[in-house]
Design a protein around this ligand. Structure first.
Ligand SMILES: C[S@@+](CC[C@H](N)C(=O)[O-])C[C@H]1O[C@@H](n2cnc3c(N)ncnc32)[C@H](O)[C@@H]1O
Length: 425
């Protein structure tokens, strides 16, 4: 089973061996002439524009025209797809966050009345809906005194239909307009879907908002910069001559002069203090989404977020862009729109942004997070009820929490964000 974490480990090994990517047999994809024409007309384009076109172009974008998680034709597998136990463990983490904040409210806010509140859970990039399935099951059991509402933020019509099938069974999917859908989950919770970049939510304080994003931030576009002795310069995507072992039509070049983007690292101390020769990746989209998360959480007295992805815990990501296809890694500039693109997430940058908005944060490895949030008990319960599958659950536990290169316990990080001064531990 190929997870994107395994990809990183293998990628590092191959980098050491001096061969970075497997060559793919690439014919022209529908996006290739579109990108080439743009570059020929306006010159080399930013990396984020290239990535956004490849991933979410309204017709030919990777996430728009295929189900990347399909069992037969998919390109990778994620933890929520391995077992419902993963989503359930994340659900328990939210319940614990919620209960700790109720305790805080009861001590510090005499006006807070929990019985008047709606528990709203908002998932960004929900894939096939498996994380939300685990969460909804747990919320049905533990959030019994409050109505639960679900919002899914998803760009892909194909995945919206998959999520609806998994979560709502025979309930009809109603299309409200081009960007919005609604239904009812099999547990009776109202559920809506939004395709917009800027999420539209009623931010009334009657809501307690809990936001979840699993392998969402790694799919957001980045820009890449290098510090030269003349200042910061941006890497741009240009058309390149074909080369043996490099089948893609595009590649990176360093802009000869400062570009508008290069003012971002130049005016930010976190980057600007780095030495000449430093490379950094910066995602304005990640910043935009995290700012939305903060605004949503801060609109209620109680709320939080859980972001799980891979990336370093406390350093700036560098040179992490990779292409993924057929459970293998490929040149990220090959077959635009036909391969997944993925980057390391800047956990420290996200955490600082949340803290600047008055929120508390905690970054752990996935192993620490799952172990302290109840995965062993959930798997133990499942293994007890399905005795013949005991070995399967042991293997799953190892895969999710282990620290070997093929395991996910160390490469993946969990960032928890809280309203108020509550820690979950
Ligand atoms: C790598 S998949 C992860 C899916 C799921 N969370 C999981 O872990 O199995 C990325 C998800 O984010 C969605 N996505 C990517 N870019 C998006 C964007 N800009 N806005 C909304 N959804 C997006 C994709 O369609 C997909 O559902």
């Amino acid at each position: 089973m190929f997870t994107r974490a395994r990809h990183i480990a293998v990628c590092r090994l191959l980098r050491l061996a001096g061969r970075r990517f497997t060559a793919t047999v690439s014919g022209p994809t529908p996006l290739e002439p579109i990108i080439e024409d743009t570059i020929k007309t306006i010159g080399p384009i930013s990396l984020s524009k290239f990535m956004r076109t490849c991933l979410t172009h309204p017709e030919h974008g990777y996430y728009i025209h295929k189900d990347p998680l399909d069992k037969n034709s998919g390109d990778f597998i994620t933890a929520p797809e391995m077992s419902v136990a993963y989503g359930m463990t994340c659900g328990l983490a939210f319940v614990r966050m919620f209960l700790a904040q109720l305790q805080y409210q009861s001590r510090h806010n005499p006006d807070f009345k929990v019985k008047d509140k709606i528990f709203r859970v908002i998932e960004f990039g929900p894939g096939k809906g498996s994380m939300m399935r685990g969460l909804a099951m747990v919320f049905k059991q533990y959030i019994i005194d409050n109505p639960v509402e679900i919002v899914m933020v998803e760009k892909s019509d194909i995945l919206i239909r998959e999520q609806h099938k998994l979560l709502c069974k025979s309930q009809k999917l109603e299309q409200v307009d081009d960007y919005n859908f609604e239904s009812i989950t099999e547990w009776g919770q109202p559920i809506t879907w939004q395709k917009n970049d800027l999420v539209e939510l009623d931010l009334d304080s009657k809501y307690m908002n809990f936001v979840v994003a699993h392998e969402f931030f790694d799919a957001l576009p980045i820009d890449r910069y290098i510090k030269t002795k003349h200042g910061w310069r941006e890497y741009l995507v240009d058309v390149r001559e074909p080369e043996a072992g490099r089948p893609g039509k595009f590649g990176l070049v360093v802009a000869p002069h400062a570009t508008p983007g290069s003012f971002i690292p130049a005016t930010n101390e976190r980057y600007n203090k780095l030495a000449v020769g430093a490379n950094v990746e910066i995602s304005a989209d990640a910043h935009m989404y995290a700012s939305q998360f903060a605004k949503i959480i801060n609109s209620g007295d109680v709320g939080g977020a859980l972001i799980i992805d891979y990336g370093p815990k406390d350093t700036i990501p560098i040179n992490s862009l990779r292409g993924i296809k057929d459970h293998k890694f490929v040149d990220p500039f090959s077959e635009p729109g036909k391969i997944d693109l993925s980057v390391d997430v800047d956990f420290l940058g996200l955490s600082r942004l949340f803290e600047s908005q008055g929120l508390k944060t905690m970054i752990e490895t996935q192993s620490q997070f799952l172990n302290s949030s109840g995965l062993p008990s959930i798997l133990g319960g499942l293994a007890f009820s399905m005795k013949e599958q005991q070995q399967r659950f042991e293997t799953l536990y190892q895969r999710l929490t282990g620290s070997a290169p093929q395991d996910m316990g160390r490469a993946y990080k969990a960032l928890q964000v809280y309203r108020n001064a509550n820690k979950t531990t």
